[in-house]
Design a protein around this ligand. Structure first.
Ligand SMILES: [Zn+2]
Ligand SMILES: [Zn+2]
Length: 165
């Protein structure tokens, strides 16, 4: 995702804002994340006496499964990062190169998506999960299994699993 800062750099303006929508397919993310919508991105650029900085806010939606009941879901994540815009071509997590008055934020945006994606999500806060006796989804089915007959060792395992979420 390339932004041309030429007009901003030649102007007396101290700030500029660019709102962009990035085609999810053009980001070419790996198999660990499946975007279900294009990525919305707000890029704020500002000048100080000796540097140019940028704050990038982005939000994306991806498909996943509930960590408790395994139901498919879509999760929306908002995240942001800050970078210094360099006159040089040196780039790292905190610096982006300014080449011909343009910056390319693609790699930093990809990295930010990988880092901000939660390891586990729930379909809803109070997801009841799956019955460990009959395997039915307890959010939908009132099964007849009697919780009191659960092996106490299994019960503590279930509590442990719940805590990890
Ligand atoms: Zn669930
Ligand atoms: Zn059951």
């Amino acid at each position: 995702m390339i932004i041309n800062l030429k007009d901003f750099l030649n102007s007396k303006e101290l700030r500029a804002q660019y709102n962009l929508t990035i085609d999810k397919n053009l980001l070419d993310l790996d198999d660990t994340i499946r975007l279900t919508k294009d990525v919305e991105c707000g890029v704020f650029v500002y000048k100080t006496d000796d540097n140019i900085y940028s704050e990038v806010k982005l939000s994306y939606k991806y498909g996943d499964h509930c960590a408790r009941c395994n139901e498919e879901l879509e999760n929306l994540v908002s995240t942001d990062f800050n970078v210094t815009i360099n006159g040089s071509t040196e780039e790292d997590d905190f610096n982006v190169a300014l080449i011909d008055d343009k910056i390319d934020l693609t790699d930093l945006i990809k990295q930010s998506i990988y880092l901000s994606k939660p390891l586990k999500v729930l379909c809803k806060e109070d997801c009841k999960g799956i019955c460990i006796k009959c395997g039915s989804n307890k959010n939908y089915d009132e099964c007849d299994c009697n919780d009191e007959t659960i092996d106490p060792r299994l019960e503590s395992l279930v509590k442990l699993l719940d805590k990890e979420v």
